[in-house]
Design a protein. Sequence first.
Length: 230
Amino acid sequence: MHSSQHDINIEALLAHVPLFNELENQEIARLARGTREINAMRGDILFHKGDTPTGFYLIVYGQVKLAFTSPQGGEKVVDILPQGQTFGEAVMFTDKPFMVYAQALADSLVLHISKTAILEELDADPKLGRKMIAGLSMRLHQLMNDVESYSLHSGRRRIIGYLLRDQPDAGENVVVVTLPTNKGVIASRLNLTQEHFSRILHELSEKGLIVVDGRRIHISNVELLRAYDL
């Protein structure tokens, strides 16, 4: 894993981030000076649990897993983040160490935006502060949904919810969902063992609700799948 500095490149990348799309060119330029590129190979650790944050991260391309290790040595996946997503902001504001570790699930380009640079822009531009609060609130809302789901919903319900998470209530009936990463990681993200996850996929296949083709899940009738197990 190595860092490099190409200002022009970084400015162009930052300018395309929804979080920063209302910033002026000179504000982007100031942020770019406090930003470094991290080229992460699949499997690289971006930060460890217990590290002290010096800024937050943006995934330009690739995929990053946030997780921690249980005392028994098992891994619990907290989130699987796609390109365009930022992470680490909340901890950066609290001055506490990271509670999770971040690992690249695929070769990734990640930007590290320094805390000093972002704090200066927040002082200068209240709109950026509102956007960051909105982003963090969305994530908190998602976390509450997860906790509710783990507490109240069966494993089957969780998997169906995950498969249909991007499907509108009244939309296409036939869809193909591509799992973003391997089944073990997704199972952990849904608070299930890999065996339980596989068993439920098998059961949904037996019922004719899905066809599993590697990471591609073919759903022939979204509404039937949504109604199953209610």
